[in-house]
Design a protein around this ligand. Structure first.
Ligand code: 2RA
Length: 349
Protein backbone atom coordinates (compact mmCIF):
# COMPACT_ATOMS: atom_id res chain seq x y z
CA UNK A 1 0.00 0.00 0.00
CA UNK A 2 1.28 3.44 -0.88
CA UNK A 3 1.19 5.83 2.10
CA UNK A 4 -1.65 8.30 2.58
CA UNK A 5 -0.76 11.99 2.69
CA UNK A 6 -2.75 14.87 4.17
CA UNK A 7 -1.96 18.44 3.09
CA UNK A 8 -3.19 20.81 5.77
CA UNK A 9 -3.41 24.42 4.54
CA UNK A 10 -3.96 23.28 0.96
CA UNK A 11 -5.60 26.55 -0.09
CA UNK A 12 -2.88 28.97 1.15
CA UNK A 13 0.07 30.53 -0.73
CA UNK A 14 2.45 27.67 0.16
CA UNK A 15 -0.32 25.05 -0.10
CA UNK A 16 -0.98 26.09 -3.70
CA UNK A 17 2.70 25.62 -4.60
CA UNK A 18 2.62 22.31 -2.72
CA UNK A 19 -0.15 20.91 -4.95
CA UNK A 20 1.88 21.90 -8.00
CA UNK A 21 5.00 20.21 -6.56
CA UNK A 22 3.09 17.03 -5.63
CA UNK A 23 1.74 16.93 -9.18
CA UNK A 24 5.17 17.16 -10.79
CA UNK A 25 7.38 14.98 -8.56
CA UNK A 26 7.63 11.22 -8.84
CA UNK A 27 4.49 9.95 -7.15
CA UNK A 28 5.07 8.10 -3.88
CA UNK A 29 1.61 8.64 -2.42
CA UNK A 30 -1.61 6.63 -2.43
CA UNK A 31 -4.48 8.88 -1.34
CA UNK A 32 -3.77 12.60 -1.02
CA UNK A 33 -6.25 14.26 1.33
CA UNK A 34 -6.59 18.04 1.17
CA UNK A 35 -7.45 19.85 4.38
CA UNK A 36 -8.06 23.52 5.22
CA UNK A 37 -10.00 25.74 7.63
CA UNK A 38 -13.77 25.21 7.61
CA UNK A 39 -14.01 28.47 5.61
CA UNK A 40 -12.24 26.88 2.63
CA UNK A 41 -13.72 23.39 3.02
CA UNK A 42 -15.78 22.13 0.08
CA UNK A 43 -13.55 23.83 -2.52
CA UNK A 44 -12.27 21.52 -5.24
CA UNK A 45 -8.56 21.68 -6.04
CA UNK A 46 -6.51 19.81 -8.60
CA UNK A 47 -3.61 17.62 -7.55
CA UNK A 48 -1.90 15.01 -9.76
CA UNK A 49 -4.44 15.92 -12.44
CA UNK A 50 -7.43 14.94 -10.30
CA UNK A 51 -9.98 17.15 -8.56
CA UNK A 52 -10.08 16.62 -4.81
CA UNK A 53 -12.56 18.18 -2.37
CA UNK A 54 -11.03 20.09 0.52
CA UNK A 55 -12.03 18.72 3.93
CA UNK A 56 -12.40 20.82 7.08
CA UNK A 57 -9.67 20.48 9.71
CA UNK A 58 -10.91 18.04 12.40
CA UNK A 59 -9.27 15.19 14.36
CA UNK A 60 -10.92 12.48 12.22
CA UNK A 61 -9.38 13.84 9.06
CA UNK A 62 -6.06 12.29 10.20
CA UNK A 63 -7.42 8.77 10.62
CA UNK A 64 -5.52 6.44 8.28
CA UNK A 65 -3.05 9.19 7.33
CA UNK A 66 0.66 8.24 7.28
CA UNK A 67 2.15 11.69 6.76
CA UNK A 68 0.44 15.04 7.40
CA UNK A 69 2.04 18.21 6.03
CA UNK A 70 1.17 21.50 7.71
CA UNK A 71 1.41 24.78 5.78
CA UNK A 72 -0.52 26.90 8.27
CA UNK A 73 0.18 29.67 10.84
CA UNK A 74 2.15 28.79 14.00
CA UNK A 75 -0.87 28.67 16.30
CA UNK A 76 -2.74 26.25 14.02
CA UNK A 77 0.27 23.93 13.80
CA UNK A 78 0.84 24.14 17.53
CA UNK A 79 -2.66 22.84 18.13
CA UNK A 80 -3.08 20.39 15.25
CA UNK A 81 0.31 18.78 14.49
CA UNK A 82 0.18 16.93 17.85
CA UNK A 83 -3.39 15.82 17.05
CA UNK A 84 -2.18 14.33 13.75
CA UNK A 85 0.72 12.64 15.56
CA UNK A 86 -1.63 11.19 18.22
CA UNK A 87 -3.74 9.72 15.44
CA UNK A 88 -0.69 7.93 14.04
CA UNK A 89 0.53 10.29 11.30
CA UNK A 90 4.02 11.74 11.08
CA UNK A 91 3.50 15.51 11.04
CA UNK A 92 5.84 17.51 8.78
CA UNK A 93 5.39 21.08 9.90
CA UNK A 94 6.32 24.20 7.97
CA UNK A 95 5.46 26.67 10.76
CA UNK A 96 7.75 28.11 13.40
CA UNK A 97 5.94 26.28 16.21
CA UNK A 98 8.37 23.37 16.73
CA UNK A 99 11.59 24.33 14.94
CA UNK A 100 13.67 24.88 18.05
CA UNK A 101 12.03 22.09 20.12
CA UNK A 102 14.89 19.69 21.01
CA UNK A 103 12.44 16.78 20.58
CA UNK A 104 11.69 17.81 17.00
CA UNK A 105 14.27 17.42 14.21
CA UNK A 106 14.73 20.35 11.81
CA UNK A 107 15.46 18.77 8.47
CA UNK A 108 16.87 19.74 5.08
CA UNK A 109 17.18 16.43 3.20
CA UNK A 110 20.37 17.42 1.31
CA UNK A 111 22.07 18.30 4.63
CA UNK A 112 20.72 16.16 7.49
CA UNK A 113 18.11 13.71 6.22
CA UNK A 114 19.16 11.09 8.85
CA UNK A 115 17.69 13.28 11.52
CA UNK A 116 14.17 12.82 10.13
CA UNK A 117 14.22 9.31 11.66
CA UNK A 118 14.54 10.58 15.24
CA UNK A 119 11.16 12.15 16.02
CA UNK A 120 10.02 11.43 19.57
CA UNK A 121 6.98 13.73 19.22
CA UNK A 122 6.01 12.33 15.83
CA UNK A 123 6.79 15.75 14.32
CA UNK A 124 9.51 16.84 11.88
CA UNK A 125 10.02 20.57 11.30
CA UNK A 126 10.77 22.42 8.09
CA UNK A 127 13.11 25.45 8.46
CA UNK A 128 12.18 29.05 7.77
CA UNK A 129 12.47 30.09 4.12
CA UNK A 130 15.34 32.50 4.76
CA UNK A 131 17.52 29.77 6.26
CA UNK A 132 16.41 27.34 3.56
CA UNK A 133 17.37 29.70 0.76
CA UNK A 134 21.05 29.34 1.71
CA UNK A 135 21.57 26.25 3.86
CA UNK A 136 21.90 23.60 1.14
CA UNK A 137 24.91 25.43 -0.31
CA UNK A 138 26.32 26.43 3.09
CA UNK A 139 25.93 22.81 4.30
CA UNK A 140 28.04 21.56 1.37
CA UNK A 141 30.78 24.09 2.18
CA UNK A 142 30.61 23.24 5.89
CA UNK A 143 31.11 19.53 5.13
CA UNK A 144 34.28 20.36 3.21
CA UNK A 145 35.84 23.17 5.21
CA UNK A 146 34.06 23.36 8.62
CA UNK A 147 32.37 26.68 9.15
CA UNK A 148 33.23 28.98 12.07
CA UNK A 149 31.37 32.23 11.23
CA UNK A 150 28.49 33.22 9.00
CA UNK A 151 27.69 36.86 8.21
CA UNK A 152 24.48 37.18 6.27
CA UNK A 153 22.47 40.01 4.71
CA UNK A 154 19.15 38.88 3.28
CA UNK A 155 17.12 40.45 0.47
CA UNK A 156 13.69 38.94 1.14
CA UNK A 157 10.74 38.84 -1.22
CA UNK A 158 7.26 40.14 -0.40
CA UNK A 159 5.68 36.66 -0.64
CA UNK A 160 7.54 35.76 2.57
CA UNK A 161 4.71 37.77 4.15
CA UNK A 162 2.09 35.62 2.40
CA UNK A 163 -0.51 36.57 -0.17
CA UNK A 164 -1.08 39.90 1.60
CA UNK A 165 2.57 40.82 1.07
CA UNK A 166 2.29 40.07 -2.65
CA UNK A 167 -0.95 42.06 -3.01
CA UNK A 168 0.43 45.08 -1.17
CA UNK A 169 3.62 45.17 -3.23
CA UNK A 170 1.63 44.95 -6.48
CA UNK A 171 -0.77 47.74 -5.35
CA UNK A 172 2.08 49.99 -4.22
CA UNK A 173 4.00 49.39 -7.44
CA UNK A 174 0.97 50.38 -9.51
CA UNK A 175 0.57 53.56 -7.47
CA UNK A 176 4.17 54.70 -7.98
CA UNK A 177 4.68 53.48 -11.54
CA UNK A 178 3.60 56.51 -13.54
CA UNK A 179 4.79 59.44 -11.39
CA UNK A 180 8.35 60.03 -12.57
CA UNK A 181 9.06 62.53 -9.77
CA UNK A 182 8.74 59.94 -6.99
CA UNK A 183 11.84 58.86 -5.12
CA UNK A 184 13.41 62.30 -5.16
CA UNK A 185 12.12 63.88 -1.92
CA UNK A 186 11.91 62.47 1.65
CA UNK A 187 8.51 60.91 2.24
CA UNK A 188 7.21 61.28 -1.35
CA UNK A 189 7.03 57.51 -1.88
CA UNK A 190 5.47 56.98 1.55
CA UNK A 191 2.67 59.44 0.72
CA UNK A 192 2.09 57.85 -2.68
CA UNK A 193 1.88 54.14 -1.80
CA UNK A 194 -1.12 54.17 0.57
CA UNK A 195 -1.50 50.95 2.58
CA UNK A 196 1.74 49.53 4.05
CA UNK A 197 0.11 46.16 4.80
CA UNK A 198 2.48 43.77 6.60
CA UNK A 199 5.54 45.99 5.98
CA UNK A 200 6.68 48.76 8.38
CA UNK A 201 7.64 51.13 5.51
CA UNK A 202 6.84 51.43 1.79
CA UNK A 203 8.20 48.47 -0.16
CA UNK A 204 7.81 49.81 -3.72
CA UNK A 205 10.86 51.88 -4.78
CA UNK A 206 12.43 51.08 -1.42
CA UNK A 207 14.23 48.54 0.77
CA UNK A 208 13.10 47.88 4.34
CA UNK A 209 15.61 46.69 6.94
CA UNK A 210 13.05 44.67 8.84
CA UNK A 211 11.31 41.29 8.56
CA UNK A 212 9.46 39.45 11.32
CA UNK A 213 8.90 40.55 14.91
CA UNK A 214 11.09 42.27 17.51
CA UNK A 215 13.29 39.95 19.56
CA UNK A 216 15.94 40.55 22.22
CA UNK A 217 18.44 43.39 21.85
CA UNK A 218 16.90 44.76 18.66
CA UNK A 219 17.30 41.65 16.51
CA UNK A 220 14.33 40.56 14.39
CA UNK A 221 12.74 37.12 14.58
CA UNK A 222 14.00 36.45 11.02
CA UNK A 223 17.57 37.22 12.05
CA UNK A 224 17.34 34.94 15.09
CA UNK A 225 15.89 32.17 12.91
CA UNK A 226 18.83 32.39 10.51
CA UNK A 227 21.19 32.00 13.48
CA UNK A 228 19.38 29.38 15.54
CA UNK A 229 18.17 27.21 12.67
CA UNK A 230 21.56 27.20 10.90
CA UNK A 231 23.19 26.02 14.12
CA UNK A 232 20.62 23.26 14.62
CA UNK A 233 20.60 21.98 11.01
CA UNK A 234 24.40 21.94 10.76
CA UNK A 235 24.70 20.40 14.25
CA UNK A 236 27.07 23.27 15.12
CA UNK A 237 25.89 24.95 18.35
CA UNK A 238 28.95 27.21 18.52
CA UNK A 239 28.63 28.66 15.02
CA UNK A 240 28.93 32.45 15.19
CA UNK A 241 26.20 34.06 13.10
CA UNK A 242 25.37 37.69 12.40
CA UNK A 243 22.38 38.39 10.17
CA UNK A 244 20.57 41.48 8.94
CA UNK A 245 17.27 40.69 7.22
CA UNK A 246 15.95 43.16 4.68
CA UNK A 247 12.73 43.17 2.64
CA UNK A 248 13.06 44.17 -1.02
CA UNK A 249 10.48 44.86 -3.75
CA UNK A 250 10.59 41.37 -5.26
CA UNK A 251 7.48 39.17 -5.45
CA UNK A 252 9.06 35.74 -4.85
CA UNK A 253 12.63 34.43 -4.29
CA UNK A 254 14.83 35.37 -1.39
CA UNK A 255 18.45 36.38 -2.03
CA UNK A 256 21.29 36.39 0.49
CA UNK A 257 24.76 37.82 0.52
CA UNK A 258 26.99 35.62 2.69
CA UNK A 259 30.47 36.02 4.15
CA UNK A 260 31.46 32.59 5.47
CA UNK A 261 34.62 31.85 7.45
CA UNK A 262 36.07 28.35 7.79
CA UNK A 263 38.63 26.44 9.86
CA UNK A 264 40.92 26.09 6.84
CA UNK A 265 42.05 28.21 3.92
CA UNK A 266 39.70 28.10 0.96
CA UNK A 267 40.00 28.84 -2.71
CA UNK A 268 37.18 30.02 -4.91
CA UNK A 269 37.78 27.51 -7.72
CA UNK A 270 37.57 24.48 -5.43
CA UNK A 271 34.53 25.92 -3.65
CA UNK A 272 32.87 26.50 -7.02
CA UNK A 273 33.50 22.88 -8.10
CA UNK A 274 32.30 21.54 -4.80
CA UNK A 275 29.08 23.60 -4.97
CA UNK A 276 28.52 22.61 -8.60
CA UNK A 277 28.67 18.94 -7.54
CA UNK A 278 26.38 19.37 -4.51
CA UNK A 279 22.82 18.05 -4.90
CA UNK A 280 20.23 20.83 -5.01
CA UNK A 281 22.76 23.55 -5.90
CA UNK A 282 23.38 25.30 -9.23
CA UNK A 283 26.43 27.51 -9.73
CA UNK A 284 25.97 30.51 -12.03
CA UNK A 285 29.14 32.50 -11.68
CA UNK A 286 30.68 34.47 -14.52
CA UNK A 287 30.47 38.17 -13.68
CA UNK A 288 32.40 39.10 -16.83
CA UNK A 289 29.50 37.63 -18.83
CA UNK A 290 26.88 39.14 -16.43
CA UNK A 291 26.19 35.61 -15.17
CA UNK A 292 24.94 35.54 -11.59
CA UNK A 293 21.65 34.50 -10.03
CA UNK A 294 18.89 37.08 -9.55
CA UNK A 295 15.38 36.53 -8.13
CA UNK A 296 13.77 37.44 -11.46
CA UNK A 297 15.57 34.56 -13.18
CA UNK A 298 15.46 32.04 -10.35
CA UNK A 299 11.77 32.27 -9.36
CA UNK A 300 9.80 29.07 -10.01
CA UNK A 301 12.87 26.82 -9.92
CA UNK A 302 13.85 24.28 -7.27
CA UNK A 303 17.61 24.59 -6.60
CA UNK A 304 19.65 27.02 -4.56
CA UNK A 305 21.54 29.20 -7.05
CA UNK A 306 25.00 30.48 -6.15
CA UNK A 307 27.17 33.11 -7.79
CA UNK A 308 29.75 35.80 -7.04
CA UNK A 309 31.91 33.12 -5.36
CA UNK A 310 35.21 34.66 -4.33
CA UNK A 311 37.83 34.32 -1.64
CA UNK A 312 37.73 37.33 0.68
CA UNK A 313 40.43 39.84 -0.14
CA UNK A 314 41.60 40.13 3.47
CA UNK A 315 41.06 36.62 4.81
CA UNK A 316 42.14 33.40 3.05
CA UNK A 317 39.79 31.41 5.30
CA UNK A 318 36.68 33.28 4.11
CA UNK A 319 34.43 33.15 1.08
CA UNK A 320 31.95 35.75 -0.15
CA UNK A 321 28.99 34.58 -2.17
CA UNK A 322 25.51 35.52 -3.33
CA UNK A 323 22.63 33.03 -3.21
CA UNK A 324 19.05 32.95 -4.47
CA UNK A 325 16.30 30.45 -3.68
CA UNK A 326 12.57 30.46 -4.40
CA UNK A 327 11.12 31.00 -0.92
CA UNK A 328 7.84 29.28 -1.75
CA UNK A 329 9.43 26.20 -3.38
CA UNK A 330 12.70 25.05 -1.70
CA UNK A 331 12.03 27.69 0.96
CA UNK A 332 8.76 26.04 1.96
CA UNK A 333 6.72 23.55 -0.09
CA UNK A 334 9.51 21.63 -1.82
CA UNK A 335 11.55 21.00 1.32
CA UNK A 336 8.39 19.89 3.15
CA UNK A 337 7.59 17.52 0.26
CA UNK A 338 11.16 16.17 0.32
CA UNK A 339 10.96 15.50 4.08
CA UNK A 340 7.60 13.78 3.60
CA UNK A 341 9.15 11.59 0.88
CA UNK A 342 12.02 10.62 3.24
CA UNK A 343 9.42 9.53 5.81
CA UNK A 344 7.35 7.74 3.13
CA UNK A 345 10.47 5.87 1.98
CA UNK A 346 11.04 4.72 5.54
CA UNK A 347 7.40 3.57 5.93
CA UNK A 348 7.41 1.59 2.71
CA UNK A 349 10.89 0.19 3.41
C1 2RA B 1 9.56 35.95 5.51
N1 2RA B 1 10.86 34.07 6.20
O1 2RA B 1 10.21 36.05 4.46
C2 2RA B 1 9.59 34.72 6.30
C3 2RA B 1 8.45 33.84 5.95
N2 2RA B 1 8.33 32.74 6.83
O2 2RA B 1 8.86 36.83 5.95
Amino acid sequence: RLPTLAVVGATGAVGTVMLDILSSRENVWGEIRLVASPRSAGKRLTVRGEEVEVQPLAPEVFDGVDVAMFDVPDEVSKEWAPVAAERGAVAVDNSGAFRMDPQVPLVVPEVNSDQARERPRGIVSNPNCTTLSMIVAIGALHRAYRLTDLFVASYQAASGSGQEGIDVLRDQTEKVASDRTLGTRPGDVRSAVGELGPFPAPLALNVVPWAGSLKEDGHSSEEMKVRNESRKILGHPDLRVAATCVRVPVITTHALSVHATFDTEVDAGTARDLLAAAPGVVVQDDPAGAEFPTPADVVGTDPTWVGRIRRSVDDPKSLDLFLCGDNLRKGAALNTAQIAEVVAGELTG
